[in-house]
Design a protein around this ligand. Structure first.
Ligand code: SF4
Length: 372
């Protein structure tokens, strides 16, 4: 895809309402919808406008990811999904695991053409996952939801937010990803927005260790992707260069990598397959586009810089023509990311640059790479 013209993924935060109150929630979700939430008619109009990303039959449309809050809190969800499918958009769903996520609802969504479901799992043990999600019994409910989604034929993705509270359980989470038959594991590196401000990020060397571990984990039959950690692509490139059969040496890596990769091999045995870490090369504002519950467009869900409101403006024009997004796509960064020879391959997390320095084109402080 040409990311100057079309994003790979459009995230629509259909509502901020959610029955959960997770410790790292970007949206600081609450029990009721926020003011100005797009109505059904406004949502249908948005879907129609998004279909204009395709100017010719050969162009691909973005995948529409319906998220929240909890997308299942939208009473018009089935209507929105049907309209998106009719408009030619692929639809993915990121629901919260609550009593609303029933086999009947999932079956209906599958029948309406939703292709993939992502479900959050933030630890390999009930204590850790439930400590973050704040609901007793939520660990088992989450595993059951993942198994059900896989059984119903969805492409199932496990989402995990990495923070100090759960890092040491990542190998256990990888084993669960494999056990429930998920096709992808998407690992989000904390950005201090929303309730995530109160959580502890890892240091740059620890991030490096986790990325190398994730590369190891990508050899077990499921895809491994990262969110707000585009430097994972640098690690992938390094590892692919070094690999001469089997895993690369762990020479410069730290004790966290040694611990996680040993645990991974203990749980899943030797690496089974070639790495599945294919990346579309996106970053906030380049292939990624976010629409909030009240219609504001942002470069990403973790970068709260308003670009325009889709109630009045055309989302296609905002994505293609906004000067900030053009600068992000041209990799016009400052600081270390600006000097980095890998700035186009990687480019750093624009959200974290903004959260740390107030500059969406600044350097990403979570990356420990020293440019050549
Ligand atoms: S310095 Fe910036 S562009 Fe270079 S690898 Fe690190 S985050 Fe990516």
């Amino acid at each position: 895809m040409n990311f100057d013209r079309t994003p790979a993924l459009v995230f629509w935060e259909t509502t901020q309402a959610c029955e959960l109150a997770c410790r790292h929630c970007r949206a600081s979700a609450m029990p009721n919808p926020g003011p100005g939430q797009l109505t059904t008619d406004e949502g249908l109009a948005l879907i129609e406008k998004l279909s204009h990303f395709r100017a010719s039959p050969t162009e691909r449309l973005p995948v529409l990811v319906l998220t929240g809050g909890d997308v299942l809190m939208r009473p018009d969800l089935f209507q929105l999904v049907s309209a998106a499918r009719l408009a030619g958009l692929s639809v993915a769903l990121a629901p919260s695991v609550t009593p609303r996520l029933t086999p009947t609802v999932l079956t209906e969504l599958r029948n309406l053409g939703v292709s993939s479901i992502s479900i959050s799992l933030d630890g390999a043990t009930p204590a850790t996952h439930q400590g973050i999600r704040g609901v007793a019994g939520h660990f088992e409910l989450t595993l059951a939801a993942l198994r059900l989604a896989t059984d119903l034929g969805f492409k199932t993705q496990v989402n995990t937010a990495v923070m100090r509270a759960n890092t040491r359980e990542l190998a256990g989470v990888a084993a669960i990803v494999k056990e429930v038959g998920a096709s992808a594991w998407e690992v989000f590196f904390l950005v201090k927005v929303g309730r995530g401000r109160d959580q502890q990020e890892l240091s740059p060397p620890e991030n490096e260790d986790v990325c190398h571990f994730l590369y190891d984990a990508s050899h077990y039959g499921f895809a491994v992707r990262t969110v707000e950690a585009p430097w994972y692509r640098r690690v992938m490139a390094e590892r692919a260069r070094e690999r001469v059969g089997g895993l690369a040496s762990a020479r410069a890596l730290g004790p966290l990598y040694q611990e996680l990769s040993e645990e991974l091999r203990h749980r899943l045995g030797p690496a089974e397959k070639a790495s599945n870490s294919a990346s579309a090369g996106t970053r906030d504002g380049k292939g990624i586009f976010f629409i909030s519950h009240d219609g504001w467009a942002f470069p990403a869900g973790f970068l709260p810089l308003r670009l325009g409101n889709v109630k009045e403006e055309d989302p296609v024009a905002i994505y293609r023509d906004h000067e900030l997004l053009k600068a992000i796509r041209r990799a016009e960064f400052s600081g270390r990311c600006g000097r980095c020879e890998l700035r186009d391959l990687c480019g750093g997390s624009r959200s974290r640059a903004w959260a740390s320095f107030g500059d969406p084109l600044g350097q990403d402080p979570a990356c420990g790479y020293v440019p050549a």
